[in-house]
Design a protein around this ligand. Structure first.
Ligand code: PEP
Ligand code: MN
Length: 265
């Protein structure tokens, strides 16, 4: 079990320091699954900033099930994220898939995401642990809580204390109505087991935008420290994860609802 106080992860964004932690205001991370072009990422950044998000998310390197699906624009997308950061002042969260890309990602990202599929890529975990940017560690889709905490331990043991744990849904037997089963029981369980801050990603958790607001509110009720929400200016045209992405207008509505029930946003 956890010993001592909850730890806090402080991230310096252009708009100021943002703190993830049990005794801090809810931190909302929002943005598209993939960075598609400059206009969409800059527009999304402005909209989610206005709504109250503190971070922009967006993938440059995408782990897709099919090798024929859009793989992300890679390095050029990092430049677009840097542009969106400059325009909005939001912190940037983006995924590293290959240790060879880590240095250039760390140059523009404020938080480095390790995705579900790489949660037990131990050599990658050691490398993100040996660099100074905070790390968002998503739960593997079939990882036990013990597997997940041990994966976090690799990062901590390599010298980086700034790890945030993100639940994004586990494999479900019912793919008909949900993409994954969002395991909200991790919130109280992790609180008991670890001092690390907690994030819930209902977008990947359920896979359908209409179910995202309910689960975001449920995550707050359970006591999450932060949320990750996929937002796209035109979900029907998204190159990845359109069905689970909120429009900026629907994200505005969600943020208003969260402000009413939640820890102050
Ligand atoms: C993502 O955040 O877009 C993503 C690919 O997430 P996960 O690793 O949880 O599937
Ligand atoms: Mn996605």
């Amino acid at each position: 079990y956890r010993h001592g106080e909850a730890s806090e992860v402080v991230v310096n964004t252009p708009n100021g320091a943002v703190v993830f932690g049990e005794h801090q205001p809810l931190v909302v991370v929002a943005g598209p699954c993939s960075v598609e072009n400059e206009e969409m990422i800059v527009e999304t950044a402005k909209r989610v900033k206005t709504a109250g998000a503190k971070f922009l998310r967006g993938g440059a390197y995408k782990p897709r099930t099919s090798p024929y699906a859009f793989q992300g624009h890679g390095e050029s997308a990092l430049d677009l994220l840097a542009r969106a950061r400059e325009v909005s002042g939001l912190g940037i969260i983006t995924e590293v898939m290959d240790a060879a890309d880590l240095d250039k990602i760390a140059e523009i990202a404020d938080v480095i995401q390790v995705g579900a599929r790489n949660m037990q890529n131990f050599s990658l975990l050691k490398k993100v642990g040996a660099q100074p940017k905070p790390v968002l560690l998503k739960r593997g889709m079939a990882a036990t809580i013990e597997d997940w905490l041990m994966a976090a331990e690799y990062i901590l043991a390599s010298g980086n204390p700034n790890v945030i744990l993100c639940e994004r849904g586990i494999r479900t037997f019912d793919r008909q109505y949900t993409r994954n089963t969002l395991d909200l029981s991790v919130v109280p369980v992790l609180r008991k087991l670890t001092h690390l801050p907690i994030m819930i990603d209902p977008s990947h958790g359920v896979g359908w935008s209409e179910f995202v607001p309910s689960m975001a509110m449920a995550a707050i009720a359970a006591g999450t420290d932060s949320l990750m929400i996929e937002v796209h200016p035109n979900p029907a045209k998204a190159l990845s994860d359109g069905p689970q992405s909120l429009t900026p207008d629907r994200f505005d509505n969600l943020m208003e609802e969260l402000a009413v029930i939640g820890k102050a946003v």
